[in-house]
Ligand binder design. Sequence first.
Ligand code: AGP
Length: 604
Amino acid sequence: MCGIAGYIGPREAIAIVFDQITRLEYRGYDSAGVAFQREGGIGILKKAGKLVNLKQLLETEKPVSHLAIAHSRWATHGGPTDENAHPHFDQHDRIAVIHNGIIENYFELAQELSAEGHVFVSETDTEIAAHVIGREYEKSGCLTAAVREAAKRLKGAYAMVVLSVDDPNRIVAVRNASPLVLGLGEGENFLASDIPALLPYTRKVIVMDEGDLATLSREGITLEDGNGEEKTPEVMTIDWDIEAAEKGGFPHFMIKEIHEQPESVRACLAGRLQHDGSVKLLNTLPDDVWRRTERVTMVACGTAYHAGLMGAYLIESMLRIPVEVEYASEFRYNNPILRETDLAIVISQSGETADTLAALKLAKSRGVATLGIVNVVGSSIARECDAVHYLQAGPEISVASTKAYSGQVVTLALAALYAAQVRGVSTDLAASLALLPTRMAETLCVEEQCLSIAKLIRDTQLMFYLGRGADAAAALEGALKMKEIAYVATQESPAGEMKHGPLALVEPGVVAVFGSTDPVTRDKVVSNIKEVKARRGTVIGIGLDHPMMRNVCDEFIPIPDTGSHVVNAALSVLPMQLLAYHLAHLRGCEIDQPRNLAKSVTVE
Ligand code: AGP
């Protein structure tokens, strides 16, 4: 989720675009750069690390220009280095490109271009896109046409902004699944990857649609659709304040990130889950490690631990090898039993959690292969593992983890699919995963129902979260969300455990959330629900639609079927996230920064 900025007009362009990407810092990044028109060509200045590094370089070089673009990069292809920072030149240093997203077919394009003599200086897919544009530019000599033709060769989700030495009064931008917004000024125009970067300069905003291509000059902006047909831009006037804009118009980062999940899961699958159901995992563990693994140990904390439980269901059901999911804080002191043929999977959004990092180091000291499932690129845990697969979810700002949870589950599912592929195990999980982004978008439509239920249970003092199979794992995550942002006491367990003790807590006013995403256990779940109803508890059901569930529950939230119980269970967490959010909001809780908690627990 990098930051993009652009300006063309009479003012000092570099100061403006630098200010713009500063306003996008909350999106997270690990390098930044600018490209600008100057006498005799295009200048590029870029640095790894925080914006202060780029600022020092700009203060030293003192470039002046009236046309510039800037980028803050959240590393995906290639580490956070000066060379990998954007912008990137084409093969003749005539075209400069910045880019958000992933070019899925970058490898084939790189092979094609290398065969034609192209040489690359970075590890990025962006540089490859720049060379594709440069090659088209050599044919047409028109920047807009070159970008249009190049976009036809690129597969994946991307937003690209392009300059040319020969066209010093023009910026060209193209959007495909990764957001781009344009700002209209008087004799000047702007662009950015998010609205907050435009608001100090203009409130007249055009949101580019999928496939749109825009050409910006001082005089104005022309827009064409994916078929090259000119279209009349739809100009909005934004009345948000800047803080609201950083949240995309949402009141809190948490609710923004809940709604980002279809997009972040789509980004997680991009380039990995192929249309034929096969999986491509770059820089994964060697195939013989996947082949010889006889047992998996997962270590994590909190939500990451709950994601691990979902991954364990998938790995055990597909590969028929045992999976132990351990709390990192326990694992590191329990002198665990580990064998050379074990695989340790380490799950962490931040990649900096102290207990998880210590558990990783212990596993490594026992000679066990280690795989990281991490969101923050280049984090300590990511660097320490033998291999790492990133969630590609973009920065998660709210302390309560939501899109990282779904990203962890999906990345674990991709790893399980890859292992099944290597071991020759057939599975239909790929079809369920491919459906997930769409099913998530459908599921988020129950938000109004979650709000009305939150109003009904607003004063509850104790909530049960219960389920069977993978729904028991979903219950743990739903309970944690309710605990950590609405400060409601919860009792979570497999539904079958209730009569062994927790049932004693049920009395009028107690609310029980039951997950039911597997028809096989539905009858048993209904029996457990009746145990709660008999003690005058209130029951909220979440799961596959069925008359029995609708009949026995006080409130029932349906979720669509993905064809996989585990994927359904992970999907059922979305209404639980929404329920926790709205109950917390009704109670006036802080939400993004809940009391006593931190986003990354880097101390024991
Ligand atoms: C979950 O909402 C919390 N933020 C917390 O449990 C978190 O999942 C845990 O601290 C692990 O963090 P990590 O994924 O960054 O390692």
